[in-house]
Design a protein around this ligand. Sequence first.
Ligand code: SF4
Length: 218
Amino acid sequence: MRPPESDFLNISETFVSIQGEGLDAGLPCFFIRLSGCNLRCSYCDTRYAYEPGPSIPLQELIDEWKGSGVNLVQITGGEPLLQPAVYRLMHELLRMGAKVLLETNGSMNLSQVPFKVIKIVDRKTPGSGMAGSWFPLNLRYLNSGDQIKFVLTGQEDFKWAVSEVARLELWHIAQILFSPASQFLAPQSLAELMLDIRMPVRLQLQLHKILWGRRRGI
Ligand code: SF4
């Protein structure tokens, strides 16, 4: 019998790679990239995820994760919270013992995301063109294991991000990541800017791009 429609997810790609970002960087990880995004960031490197992909039963995704032999799972996009069935996927993966990361663009309400899911939430900057998309109430759904990520396109973005972090003392809420937007800001320049301000903010480089460059499925 065919499962109900709510048990399907529209998928852009699945793959196993080295986790390139955040506090789990360096670990093998099973990635589930969902299709569709409600934003259009200037530096987006996953435009291919805007288009709908195949609709896959949730159980098939879980079986694929089990077969991967990797405990760490990242659900990403596009914007994964656009698809209601993602909540069931998160609950099922947690129930089966996975460590689950959710990468989300900061525009979606996080109130229904299971507490045990580690949330990596973008704070879009002016340089992204999408700064107005932030859903401010989300700060109350984050904790010290979660991560707020600023992808920075240049010095103006950097100054803006520093003032946001300081204004809200975001380091008391979650881990703060500053990441240079690929092809916009050199990692060395960002490192030097960060050394000048001495805030409890972590430099994040995209390890997978250092290893394999800009391509899909890594
Ligand atoms: S939120 Fe992510 S996937 Fe969507 S446009 Fe921005 S960078 Fe691309």
